[in-house]
Structure formats: C-alpha cells, structure tokens
Design a protein around this ligand. Sequence first.
Ligand code: ZN
Ligand code: ZN
Length: 405
Amino acid sequence: MIVIENAAIVDGALDHPLPGMHVAIEGGRVREVSDRPIRLEGAARLDLRGGTLMPGLVDCHVHVIATLVNVGANALLPDALVAHRAAAIMRGMLHRGFTTVRDLGGATLGLRLAWEEGLFDGPRLVLCGKALSQTGGHGDFRGRHDARPFDFFERRLGSLGRVADGVDAVRRAAREELQAGADYIKVMANGGVASPTDPIAYLQYSEEELRAAVEEARMAQTYVAAHLYTDEAIARALRCGVRSLEHCNLITPETARAAAAAGAMACPTLVTYQALKEEGAALGLPPESVAKVDDVRLAGLRSLEVMRAAGLPMAFGTDLLGGMHRRQSEEFRIRAEVLPAHEVIRSATLDAARLLRMEGRIGCLAPGAHADLIVVAGDPLRDIAVLEHGVTHVMQGGAWKKQPN
Ligand code: ZN
Ligand code: ZN
C-alpha cells in the first residue's frame, strides 16, 4: 500500500493541473483519489509537495523488435538477439514514462509472456503479431532483385510483417495472428518509407482484401489498424471499416471529417520522420528510403491541424526504429508546436486508452485503474519538454520501476 500526497495531477483532461490531490495504491491498482488526505494504515507515503503526478504514458505506435533502422536487415537477425534487444528497448520506454505501448508489427506473445514472468521491465504490451502486407507492400522489405520466398522471413522475430495476397490468404493470416495471441490486426494499406519498392502514393491491398481483414477482426471482437499516408488510401480504408488510422500525414479536411463521423481514430507519428531526416542515413536507412522521408515529413504538422479542426481524435504514436528510440518523448514537443499542451498529453493518456479499448484501466488516475503513474519535475502544461528530461518516478502495477537515487 502506498499513498502519494500533495500532488498536482495532470492527465490531459484539463488545461491546468489539479492541485492538492492524494492517491492511494493497493494491490497494483488505484484504490482512491481524493482532494483530502487519505488515511491508510501501514501504507508507505510519498509527499510530492506540489510536484506533478500523471497517469503512465501510452505510446500507441511502436515496434519493439525494430532493433535496426534497416528493417530488412533486422528481419535477418537471430531471434535470441532480437528478443534481448527488444527487452532493452522496452526498458527504455518504461523509464521514459511509457507504462503501456501498442506494437504495430513484429512483437509476439512470447515477449509479453517473458515480461509477465518478470524477466525484464517494460511497458504493458498490446500486440498485433506480424503486420499483414501484400507482395511489394510496406511489409515486404525484399529489394527488386531479391527473389527469396517471403516464408524465409516471416516466422523470424525480427520481421515486422508477413506477406499475404488474396482474400483467402488475408483471412488465413489474420486468423493465424489472432490464434497466436494478437489483440488486433494490422494491415499495410499504402506505400511506406522503410520498405524498398513501394512509393508513398501506392495503394495497397484491394478493398476486398481490406474488408476481409476487417471482418476477421470483427469476428474476433477486435479491430484493424492500417498504415496510411495519402488521402485516397485513408478514404478507402474508412470505407472498408478500418478503425485505427496510422500516420495520416496527407489527410484532407473532408476525409478527416468522414473519419470522425465513422468513429475512427488517428495515430500520427511525427517524430520518426524528423529522426529519419536527421540521422536515418547515418543509422543505416537505405538510400531508396531516405529519398521518401520528405514526402510525408513536410505535411506532418499541417495534418494535426486538419484532424483537430475535423474533430478526429488523435492518439500518441512515435514509430521509431533502432537507435532512434531514445527520441520517443520528442513527439510531445513536436505536436505542441500546433496543438494545446493538454490535448497533446491527452493523446497519450485518455485518448490512447480509448484507442486501445482500455478506458478506465490505463491512461487515467481513477479507482480500479492499474497503478501506472509517473512523477514529473515541472508542469508539462507550461513546458511540455519536461516530459523529455523530467520524468523522475515511474510506477507500474503499483511497483516503482524508476525512482531518483
Ligand atoms: Zn506505418
Ligand atoms: Zn509503424
């Protein structure tokens, strides 16, 4: 039992901190949140003296097995090496304050089982298994002269995706991922930066294939997330019932309004384009990918304004690869260039929980929620950059995972 006293709570719901709050933790959950001191016999106490307390942060777009920026090379690494590196990447995320992450391709149930056994510290992991891609799509990292069958890669832990062509194959792949423990299904529905043979404008998967994936997900009581940049790709994914719209850099107001009306959510990932621009080539991003970065990077901030004006909710995502993971929290500062700070924070708390269908369990400080919380030195509503360097404490499931020395 732990009681945290005299905290100023910031959770993104309000544009100002809620001062003088007290939070009791018991059995890994939040037991009570009050504006009066909480008596709890035998509880350890932490007096924050006005310091900022937040729910643990949620990153809704990561790839924990992306240990190299070159995703094709990553897929050839031995599984044991990828697993240990993924554990280190996840530990870094937790120490930055991310107590839950959604993996958008690559992570398998085995990683979560190892985390549950306490073999390493990391965020709670929501996963899709391998992302589904058509031949030559964003999940296919074979170059033009690489004629190896994709089976060569797809069972490897370091592969972000798998290839499935045609309605029957898409259904089978979706079913296999769900059987293997996927929480939702990811499809690649548009060209991408990190893949070698598909320009950004390419549409990927026929509408029949997209609808098949959506139907399989719905049958399993879950949803489809799709990798998308162009307005046309987003509009057709919406028509097919996709709920989680990843990236969305080139979305128009009309499509953003349609997405909001359909109850979809967007998950922008702007920091990855900034990181790829600044250090991609040095970290091994192939030249054909370097050439595509600005096709999406330059439209990033504008897309946030378009989606906000349309009332399309946005969750926090980063999509970093390899040595760029350290820049995860920079996403807050980038978004705050055009969005109010509390809305940016809400994207990583309340809105993220909504996208992950985990409202009331994560992303909030409320009775019954997981006791996932962070302490920040400063007020992130005034200076959002404190989330980059000022996370002093991290608690997950009621246990301290990071504390000042
Ligand atoms: Zn993507
Ligand atoms: Zn991604």
